[in-house]
Write a protein that binds this ligand. Structure first.
Ligand SMILES: Nc1nc2c(c(=O)[nH]1)N(C=O)[C@@H](CNc1ccc(C(=O)N[C@@H](CCC(=O)O)C(=O)O)cc1)CN2
Ligand SMILES: Nc1ncnc2c1ncn2[C@@H]1O[C@H](COP(=O)(O)OP(=O)(O)OP(=O)(O)O)[C@@H](O)[C@H]1O
Length: 194
């Protein structure tokens, strides 16, 4: 299955998920993450504001912020690269491209993600063996994750069943080190560069 087909399949599966199941899945993903000491200890967290049928991140962003972390959220640039701005509460967001809510705060630049202690990313699927992530197809996170150091935890948020072998990989694809699922955290085995 190529990237295009897999994207379409997962978007379809997400679209037919029952509202209660979707809410429960997002709640368990959030609890899973917030239970991790390395999440609780991160002072600067790069996260994202969920859209459409993605597992909801509003509660996660709010909890991290309440807990005292500085949370930065992506601002999608015209070239599909990601700028970053600080989340400062629910009233400080406004819709950007694709209708995704973005902080109205000053843009801090594409390199701001380099300073994050934890990077939480959206994905449609992740390969459990390689950590290769399937995104929306803009290559935004391929560029953003390339700026993140090898020791910084990178986590994709997935519904059950979206961690699946056979995600097509291209040379530019960046990997994640963890997947957060409703059933718990999965660690992706570390691989030397291929
Ligand atoms: N929540 C979230 N924020 C994100 C991403 C993401 O995947 N999820 N991105 C990851 O790179 C970047 C935005 N890239 C995107 C690229 C395409 C579409 C898109 O095709 N949207 C559909 C329908 C929206 C929906 O899901 O309902 C569209 O516009 O038709 C969305 C985001 C940065 N911010
Ligand atoms: N460093 C880069 N600079 C410019 N374009 C890039 C870069 N990395 C990837 N791309 C381009 O982005 C396009 C989409 O890549 P891909 O399908 O892997 O996106 P994705 O990871 O699924 O999407 P996203 O990260 O936005 O969720 C490709 O055509 C690729 O050429």
């Amino acid at each position: 299955m190529d990237k295009f087909e897999l994207r379409r399949e997962i978007l379809r599966e997400r679209s037919i998920m029952d509202t209660d199941d979707r809410r429960e899945s997002a709640r368990r993903i959030r609890e899973t993450l917030l239970d991790q000491p390395w999440v609780q200890m991160a002072g600067l967290v790069a996260c994202y504001w969920s859209t459409g049928t993605e597992p909801a991140t509003e509660g996660l962003v709010f909890a991290l912020w309440k807990h005292g972390a500085t949370v930065i959220l992506p601002v999608l640039r015209d070239d599909d690269d990601l700028d970053w701005a600080v989340y400062d509460g629910p009233d400080t967001l406004a819709p950007g491209r694709h209708g995704i809510m973005e902080p109205v705060d000053t843009r801090r630049g594409v390199d701001t993600i380099r300073t994050a202690a934890l990077v939480i990313v959206p994905a449609l699927a992740v390969d459990p063996h390689s950590g290769v992530r399937l995104g929306r197809g803009g290559g935004s996170y391929d560029r953003a994750l390339a700026r993140v150091g090898p020791n910084v935890p990178t986590v994709a948020l997935l519904n059950e069943g979206e961690l699946r072998p056979g995600v097509p990989a291209e040379p530019h694809d960046q990997r994640v080190r963890y997947a957060a699922l409703p059933s718990g955290i999965r660690v992706i085995p570390v691989k030397e560069s291929t």
